[in-house]
Write a protein that binds this ligand. Sequence first.
Ligand code: NA7
Length: 547
Amino acid sequence: MGNQIKQLDAVIVGAGFSGMYMLHMLREKGFTAKVFEAGGSVGGTWYWNRYPGACCDVPSVYYSFTFSEKLYKNWTWSSKLPYQEEILQYLNYVADSLKVRDGIQLNTKVTSAVYNEQENVWNIKTSDGNEVCAKYFITAVGSLSAANTPSIPGMENFKGETYHTGHWPHEPVSFKGKKVAVIGTGSSAVQTIPVVAEEAEKLTVFQRTPSYVLPARNGKYPPGFVEDLKENFDGLQRQMNESPAGFPVESRVLRSALEDTPEERYENYKKAWEMGGWALGGVYYDTTTNDQSNEYASEFVRNVIRETVTNPKTAEMLCPTIPIWGKRLILGTNYYETFNRDHVDLVSIKETPIVELTENGIRTSDNFYQVDAIIFATGYDAMAAPIMKLDVIGRNGLSLREKWQDGLNVSTCLGITNVGFPNMFSVWGPQSPVFANIPKIIEINSEWVMDLIEYCRTNDIDVVETTDTAEAKWMNHINSVAEGTIFMKVDSWYNGANIDGMPKRVLTYLGDVLTYRKQFDDIAENGYRGFTLTGSKPTMTIREEMS
Ligand code: NA7
């Protein structure tokens, strides 16, 4: 097989935002590269997440690539918050504009990637039985791509249709005249429930933890808004680069909720609620840092739920008891109103857990619900799982899964590299920012990796690997940022405890994008401090630690 194996400069896994941008840049700089994509088309997350109502919660004008003025200006979004269908169209437009399609092999999974230390190459095997080797191995697999389907006794007995929001079929799905169950009440469920309710004969929602759902108030941009942004493209880039979230959000009142009277607080929350989107989260600066402030905002939302949902028992079941913003805030449209419809029911599986699935329904501890279809809106084994699934083996035969103890002990440097895995990079990998506009993070990561690869070429460097000290420093940093925050108090995909049986741990970077970016800049400006760069010439070995 040896000499039949094709040697490339880089192999990239995944053809979403990250994979396509990496491929584009590598080719522009004269490197040979290839993308393997499991899906039947480009799009990544937006290829798979095509459940009814799937929508992004970052405004479309920012949820776009901004590295190219031409690319930006030649696309116009139709609504403030883009729906899945349009994002997928956008990513196809990106693929065509950047002319990257011929570098992407679709319907092909990477089944293993093994680092060969003698040859300094990654040997990559794919599901079509082929093997390719490359100097650089780049994962661009997204952090919310490994679907989590809970194991429920009797699942194999259920004869009806089952779906997972993260792996929605590509053929049309009709719920007309059907009794449908939705399990889960996170972002995906909140988006799909009102849409499925339009069609289903009966909809039963099985809720474990109620969510805070803020009104999305989606719609068209005001006339001239998009044109002005395009006209002032430099200003747009600056705004995004200077924003702690990678896109401008409604500014926070520089005041604590404790400084206002109850009437003032109510007025401020109400204004934000009417404005919609993320506004409520920014009314006071201390909503996530002061328990009392948090409780004021939480209670405001609970009161809206009580006013909106006519059945008082259902309303109380929908009222969250966790602190607001402990999990990612959710934007929804007609979510609470949907529970006023006669054919929509809510079941608290915290009070009456699901005991089993039978041939034709769901049995809880106190009832049986006959259903024709079950939609699992049960989220993802987030951040580390998508990379672990690739079966990556680094230096000395150590697998990433082993190093990360099956996800229990994930450790990276900057979310992008790992000791023991030379010349391997992950774009938006575990321990990257999550309070962020992800396409912006993808640009930051990809451009930095590209610069490093170019630096290696210019300086005859063959092997680039982070150091134990640099990795430990990043781990200390992300742990200290996370410690004591509200985000570590509630089980969620931010901390991995959304998966049954898994403990809370730091899987994401809970700091802001500006601090994150500064770390990258500092490393690059200091000759890639914190990395071991080994060249073919012995003098090229540089060992420095991150200060
Ligand atoms: P989420 O936000 O993780 O929500 C998953 C939902 O599924 C949530 O309500 C969970 O309840 C529920 N869930 C998970 N496991 C179970 C089991 N075993 N039994 C019952 N219910 C369960 O995933 P989404 O897909 O909605 O959104 C993920 C992100 O994608 C979102 O934050 C956006 O950034 C985009 P729980 O709350 O854990 O009690």
